[in-house]
Design a binder for this molecule. Structure first.
Ligand SMILES: N[C@@H](CCC[C@H](N)C(=O)O)C(=O)O
Length: 261
């Protein structure tokens, strides 16, 4: 079949966007793997279907697949990119509400940037070596002195496949370096099984863990990913509960095309 697609990126985290409001397309894991393949397909960290939601007062539904071909949990950058895609399709104007795997999300534009409301965070594990929390997707966070020295693919995979995360289908892994008031991040993404240039749920988890870890961080928290800058604002109810969490950053159209698949 011939498939029309649009390609978007948010801070270098890139996605194939497909308008599936007519429910024409159904993808098995092999087709998603092929489309996301950077040599044989279009190339992307993930594939996103924009579908109709059955809920009232909701503009659309987001279905997210990782590049490994399997549907996964929430994608923050993908969420911001699908909002830009919905605007390009003329479905929304300056704001919207959409349905994703972890519930409803509000979003709006501030000039070219997209602000996305993330799910509340209700449980945070803190040890001497790491933080672990779920911001729609699971994130393990390690603070290091110099992120440029880390072998992200190797160290990330060691943690992602460790017995601690076996029963929950693994985790994403983030390495953070604090430089003044700025946080530098590099992320190993589950389902891509490699470093990606940015991860929205990872940046959100990092901002929250860093706010607990360091006493003097000012909000909104600025996070510098390899592919671009994002910022996170939130309300801390107590050390275990964060709400009103907003992820802000770029979401850009790259190109569109047609592919036989
Ligand atoms: N790129 C993402 C996270 C996507 C989900 C992740 N790979 C997983 O399977 O947990 C983001 O921007 O949040």
């Amino acid at each position: 079949m011939k498939l029309n697609f649009n390609k978007y990126q948010g801070a270098g985290n890139d996605f194939i966007m497909i308008n599936n409001r007519e429910s024409v397309y159904e993808f098995d894991s092999k087709s998603v793997q092929f489309l996301c393949d950077r040599r044989f397909g279009i190339g992307a960290d993930g594939l996103i279907l924009l579908e109709n939601s059955e809920q009232s007062q909701v503009d659309f539904k987001m279905k997210y697949y990782n590049a490994d071909g399997y549907e996964s949990t929430m994608c923050g950058n993908g969420g911001r990119c699908i909002v830009a895609f919905a605007k390009k399709l003329g479905l929304i104007k300056e704001s919207c509400v959409f349905e994703a795997i972890d519930g409803l999300h509000e979003a709006y534009f501030e000039k070219d940037l997209v602000l996305l409301k993330m799910s509340d965070v209700g449980e945070i594990k803190q040890t001497e070596d790491f933080f672990y929390l779920n911001t729609g997707s699971p994130h393990h966070i390690v603070f290091v002195d110099d992120i440029s020295e880390i072998d992200i693919k190797k160290k990330g995979a060691d943690i992602r496949y460790s017995s601690a995360y076996e029963s929950q289908n693994g985790t994403n892994v983030n390495f953070i370096q604090k430089k003044g008031n700025q946080l530098l991040i590099r992320t190993y993404e589950r389902g891509v099984e490699d470093e990606t240039l940015a991860c929205g749920t990872g940046v959100t988890a990092t901002a929250i863990a860093s706010f607990i870890n360091y006493e003097n961080l000012r909000k909104p928290i600025e996070v510098k990913a390899v592919g671009g800058d994002l910022s996170v604002d939130f309300n801390m109810k107590n050390t275990q509960t964060f709400e009103d969490i907003w992820l802000k950053g770029p979401a850009e159209f790259v190109f569109k095309g047609e592919i036989e698949c």
